[in-house]
Design a protein around this ligand. Structure first.
Ligand code: SF4
Length: 721
């Protein structure tokens, strides 16, 4: 495995203006095109459910489908092989080439052949191979790899394409798209006419009748399957589906999701050898084409039998998960594995190329979960990535710094909190008000374009007792406040606002001092043993309060306490029961308050002078499904006029340690967010997540200090009489 320097690769992509502008344009246009394509569909969810269920059935019966597909295709006169890996497939293909005296090959776009680097191999063997997909052809000329599954050359602009055309054809080709297409057509025609073999992939293979489907917008793939006398289909097991009618389940989603079209220009079904007229010994003769299919395993069958990872079979390679991924949209696909990019690419690389390769870029998934909202197969991409991270840690262990921080420091609350208190003193030389605006030496990047929040002089836990003196004398309920590290040590004033609002709605608030970090950072790093230790500490601390509710004003903590702990103890019945009991009491702050305000008839629309907008945290919106309640509360906050901003639910770029590890990349996401906030015309941006408050607040401090960021708890506390 080649050891890559991902950070420097990212840096070069961030400084590639052509790539950046192509991706920016595309990521703005794609959601609009997709929405238009689905405008005539009553329920996208129903279509997604149908596809997911059909693919789940397929993976559960994969060997049976493979047998049926093979039998159906052989019945029609084709020969079918199975290849356990790329090497075996290459040997089988070479045998077919020898048998048919093949010298010239035309190929249509196929990720499976990219995966096993088939072209390089065939060329080494002295065969002449031409890609016929325009994008793939240009990449092969340029010696580059696809950066997208559907639009492989999306990172190039037309001037670059013209240069590749010119280099390849040894003539000056202008950067005029229709001219280039005409030129390509002339070149390709010659290749088609001399080809002895066409190699295609398949978007699906139907077990019932042995047909394969090719979904394209260029007619070249169809010609690859029809003109040359020999056609070889290279198809991965994951493409097999049971019946002809199941193809429609793919076709209703794939074009809409892939390219924002209701239907592609060419849907080609090939179901076995057909007669062709071709020249043999100087004469034109009619005879059946030869059709071969090779079913490629290369790790796919192992994945099919993996109780968790089999979900990847639900992928139809539409690439919409890339199109909405904030990281892919910023740096493109070439910083991932050699072929599959984005979150699904990380998973496929892990399964097909091994965990070491996966680990090199697995943390480029920031868990924002946008992909889960569009994936036609309803694949839970971030959770599968997390599963692979967990497995890697189980196999290889943690790094030494992680071991020290997670296992020695974080699990010992007293040490952890003492270090935070010490850091609050140690930061004094670099602190200015509530911010650290400049860090020296190799930390400097962290404060370029954004300030960092300073650790508070006095954490929330030291202020709690004083606050609770104001608890109502006849409380309606008892609420335990779970602050999380940020509201405890960075934004204790917001913690105070939370308490004031809870007291205002009649709650007696208690703060269990034994609570610790919720454990999300260690879960993210794959250290489940430490996560369980932290979960036990928190469950015990919360149980001791005997509270009716547990309120968290950090969506990440709320999600961890409510959902993740149950998953952590799935095979420990005693702790699972305790985690379940606690989970029932956990409520996210805005949901809790909105319900109370609705009961008290306090959710009245008011129109103030100061414009306020809202940023949806990823965990809040897509993990907890909460987005209406914060808006309801803001609409009723006196003095403010609520305005929506563009891209309200796009990640701000913090994403836990990602924001520090990939500071430059994080800054790009932050800049986009700051631009959207500015364009909304708001004076204040409200958040419900302390981590977003940290990132957005730091960005505004450096770039637009006239705009304030506030937690909704602070806004509601301001409004209390
Ligand atoms: S994971 Fe889902 S969204 Fe991504 S390529 Fe596969 S089907 Fe499309």
């Amino acid at each position: 495995m080649v050891q890559r320097n991902i950070k420097s690769e990212i840096d070069s992509k961030l400084h590639d203006p052509i790539l950046r502008s192509n991706l920016e344009r595309f990521s703005e246009q794609y959601p609009i095109a997709r929405a238009k394509a689905y405008a005539n569909v009553d329920s996208i969810e129903d279509l997604r459910d149908d596809l997911r269920d059909m693919k789940r059935y397929s993976v559960a019966h994969i060997e049976k489908l493979a047998d049926e597909f093979q039998a159906s295709l052989e019945k029609r006169g084709a020969k079918v092989f199975r290849a356990k890996d790329g090497d075996e497939l290459k040997e089988q293909l070479m045998a077919i080439c020898r048998e048919n005296n093949v010298h010239n090959i035309v190929k249509s776009k196929s990720m499976a052949t990219e995966e096993i680097r088939l072209n390089d191999y065939l060329e080494e063997k002295g065969l002449h191979v031409k890609e016929t997909d325009l994008g793939e052809w240009m990449l092969s000329v340029a010696g580059q790899h696809p950066s997208h599954m559907v639009m492989p050359a999306i990172h190039l602009n037309r001037k670059q394409c013209a240069k590749f055309f010119s280099d390849e054809l040894k003539e000056d080709i202008p950067s005029d798209i229709p001219f280039m297409v005409q030129t390509a057509r002339k070149v390709m025609r010659k290749e088609f006419l001399k080809a002895d073999m066409g190699i295609s992939g398949a978007n699906f293979g139907i077990a019932e009748n042995g047909a394969i489907g090719l979904v394209t917008n260029e007619g070249n793939a169809r010609i690859v399957t029809t003109l040359p006398p020999v056609h070889v289909i290279i198809i991965g097991y994951e493409k097999l589906i049971p019946k002809v009618s199941d193809a429609s389940k793919i076709m209703r989603l794939l074009p809409r999701n892939g390219t924002g079209q209701r239907m592609v220009s060419y849907l080609t079904l090939v179901d076995g050898p057909t007669p062709i007229i071709h020249e043999k010994n100087g004469k034109l003769i009619e005879e059946n084409k030869k059709v071969y299919a090779i079913l490629l395993d290369n790790g796919r069958l192992k994945a099919a039998h993996d109780p968790v990872m089999k979900e990847v079979y639900q992928c139809v390679r539409c690439a919409s998960c890339l199109n909405v991924c904030p990281i892919w949209s910023t740096v493109g696909g070439n910083v991932y594995g050699h072929i599959y990019s984005g979150g699904i690419g990380a998973i496929l690389t892990g399964l097909l190329n091994g965990m070491d390769e996966f680990a090199q870029f697995s943390d480029l998934c920031i868990g924002c979960r946008r992909c889960t909202t569009v994936c036609p197969g309803k694949i839970n991409i971030p959770d599968l990535i997390q599963e692979l991270r967990n497995r890697r840690v189980a196999q290889k262990g943690l790094s030494t710094p992680e071991k020290i921080i997670f296992r020695r420091i974080m699990t010992n609350r007293k040490i952890f909190h003492s270090l935070l208190r010490a850091a609050s003193l140690g930061q004094k030389p670099v602190k200015s008000g509530k911010f650290i605006r400049n860090l020296p030496l190799f930390f400097a990047k962290m404060t370029e374009g954004r300030s960092l929040p300073a650790i508070a002089d006095k954490p929330f836990r030291d202020r709690a007792e004083e606050l609770f003196k104001k608890n109502p004398t006849n409380p309606k309920m008892r609420v335990a406040f779970f602050s999380g590290c940020n509201l405890d040590f960075v934004f204790p004033e917001t913690g105070e606002s939370v308490v004031k609002v809870l007291q205002d709605i009649g709650a007696e608030v208690v703060y269990p001092q034994k609570q610790n970090c919720c454990g999300k950072p260690v879960v993210g790093a794959g250290d489940l043993d430490t996560a369980r230790k932290l979960a036990k500490q928190n469950i015990k601390a919360m149980e001791e309060t005997n509270a009716d509710y547990i309120v968290a004003a950090c969506p990440t903590c709320a999600e961890t306490l409510k959902q993740t702990y149950k998953e952590l103890f799935a095979s420990d019945p005693v702790w699972l029961k305790r985690a379940e009991a606690m989970s029932k009491k956990v409520v996210e702050f805005t949901v809790f308050v909105e319900k109370a305000y609705a009961k008290e008839n306090r959710l009245k629309d008011v129109q103030g002078m100061k414009k306020i907008t809202y940023h949806d945290s990823c965990h809040m919106k897509r993990s907890l499904g909460i987005y209406k309640e914060p808006r309801e509360l803001l609409n009723s906050a006196a003095g403010y006029k609520f305005v929506e901003m563009h891209g309200a639910d796009q990640c701000c770029g913090m994403a836990g340690s990602f924001g520090m590890k990939y500071a430059d990349l994080s800054k790009q996401l932050l800049n986009r967010k700051i631009d959207n906030i500015k364009q909304s015309g708001a004076d204040t941006v409200a958040v419900a997540c302390p981590a977003c408050m940290m990132q957005i607040g730091g960005g505004l401090d450096k770039n637009a200090p006239e705009i304030k960021v506030k937690h909704i708890a602070d806004i509601l506390a301001e409004n209390l009489k």
